[in-house]
Design a protein around this ligand. Structure first.
Ligand code: NAD
Length: 435
């Protein structure tokens, strides 16, 4: 099939490359001319395992092209995916300027039947607005359909998630639209949910909010564990064995971040309010999440007392492992706070440092975890990269000024850390004191 993807970011680039890999002819378009110029030369703007290889392979096979011309992309394809960003505005409402802009652009360039696919995460009823916008601005008398096809990929495992999804959701109104989408996704042999557009839009917001709620729930239980001296890892394990609960998303820590959960929750709370429902549950989820960062800082201060002129080694800045994405990463606020208090930050992250350097100007960026630990008063773990699990902890202990680790991601077992001589502070688990 001839496909174009408008918006070549984390979702657009992965979606385009994967559809090309499945044998379709794909144009990935973006209004960021520099990004497109780079992609044409094989420069991948994001770190995502396996993506570079997929882009290069499919570009060579002439199944994948890049263009800065949205009109060209629209005119030469039958199926158009909208995958532009839908950030939070100041009020928390989803800013749909990009979606509207693309919808108008599509309308002006439609030369034959087009299937327009809402891939970006949008509030319920956006599909309706996209349809209205296209009907208003369309020049030629050609038919079109709008479908909702929300994306559930996770950064860090995006290609595997796209190729082997738990489910594909298709919200469609016409038989033609539904059949085209089913044909397109047929090679994935996945479970497909076919529904109406509004329900499909809601599936995405409801799923992300539910996952965020699960994280906040376990973080709230961790607070109780802290108070009574229980161990949240044990509690989460015992809960997760119940098939009705499941073990996923039960890791206590400094809370969720990233470009999706915070903004999708804001948008869902906002749209609910707009249609007359006060989603108090989600407001609490959001509040618990923001308290987790304060909790970590409180724990840190309990051990370091004064932060001014302390050296703090920070491990991890990306909002989660296996990505270089730092959008809404809890680490950014934490580092900013520590710097405001006068601490000196020595930071290491396996892949997100180039992006972090643009944002954290005063931080000293290190070549590895050991350099971050050298001469520091404390090692603070903010992202649970696998690489950190295999650190030589005896070496780390020797490099630190004092053997203190504050772990915002519960990466290690407290007893093991005590044996290694660390004072080890984590979330929802008893503190162990080093020798
Ligand atoms: P992104 O910021 O990485 O990419 C968006 C791209 O759209 C950018 O390259 C930008 O230049 C381009 N763009 C913006 N306005 C445009 C316009 N008018 N015309 C052409 N291009 C335009 O964003 P992302 O992370 O890929 O997210 C895209 C959407 O997918 C969002 O709605 C997001 O919530 C959703 N989503 C993201 C993820 C994720 O893990 N990142 C997962 C599922 C869904």
């Amino acid at each position: 099939m001839k496909i174009s993807i408008i918006g070549t970011g984390y979702v657009g680039l992965v979606t385009g490359s994967c559809f090309a890999e499945l044998g379709n002819k794909v144009i990935c378009a973006d209004n960021d001319a520099a990004k497109i110029k780079g992609l044409k030369k094989g420069i991948i703007p994001i770190y995502e395992p396996g993506l570079k290889e997929l882009v290069i392979k499919n570009t060579r096979k002439k199944r994948l092209k890049f263009s800065a011309s949205i009109s060209e992309a629209v005119r030469s394809s039958d199926i158009i995916f909208i995958a532009v960003g839908t950030p939070s505005s100041d009020t928390g409402e989803a800013d749909l300027t990009g979606i509207e802009n693309v919808a108008r652009n599509i309308a002006l360039n439609m030369n034959s039947y087009k299937l327009i696919v809402e891939k970006s995460t949008v509030p319920v009823e956006t599909g309706l607005w996209v349809k209205r916008t296209i009907s208003t601005y369309i020049r030629k008398k050609v038919r079109f359909d709008v479908v909702s096809n929300p994306e559930f990929l996770r950064e860090g495992s995006a290609i595997a998630d796209f190729m082997h999804p738990d489910r594909v959701v298709i919200g469609a109104e016409s038989k033609l639209a539904r059949d085209l989408m089913l044909e397109l996704y047929k090679p994935l042999k996945s479970h497909v949910v076919v529904t109406d557009i509004k329900s499909a839009e809601l599936i995405k917001h409801a799923s992300n909010s539910f996952l965020a709620a699960k994280i906040s729930f376990i973080n709230a239980i961790a607070r109780i564990c802290d108070k009574v001296g229980a161990d949240i890892t044990e509690v989460a394990y015992g809960m997760g064995l119940d098939k009705r609960i499941g073990p996923g998303f039960l890791n206590a820590g400094i809370g969720y971040g990233g470009s999706c959960f915070p903004k999708d929750l804001d948008a869902f709370i906002h749209i609910s309010e707009k249609i007359g429902y006060d989603f108090k549950l989600l407001k609490n989820v959001r509040e618990i999440n923001s308290q987790q960062q304060q909790l970590l800082l409180h724990k840190l201060k309990e051990h370091l007392w004064i932060l001014k002129d302390k050296f703090i080694g920070v491990l991890g800045v990306s909002f989660k492992p296996d990505t270089d994405d730092i959008r809404n990463a809890p680490s950014i606020d934490i580092v900013n706070y520590l710097e405001k208090e006068g601490a000196h930050i020595r930071l290491y992250d396996p892949s997100a440092m180039p992006k972090a350097k643009k944002l954290l100007k005063k931080v000293h960026f290190c070549q590895d975890a050991y350099s971050a630990a050298r001469g520091s008063d404390c090692l603070l773990i903010l992202t649970e990269w696998d690489e950190f699990k295999s650190l030589d902890l005896t070496k780390i202990r020797g490099l630190l000024r004092r053997p203190l680790i504050v772990d915002g991601r519960n990466m290690f077992k407290p007893q093991d850390m005590q044996k290694k001589g660390f004072t080890y502070v984590s979330i929802g688990r008893p503190v162990v004191l080093g020798r």
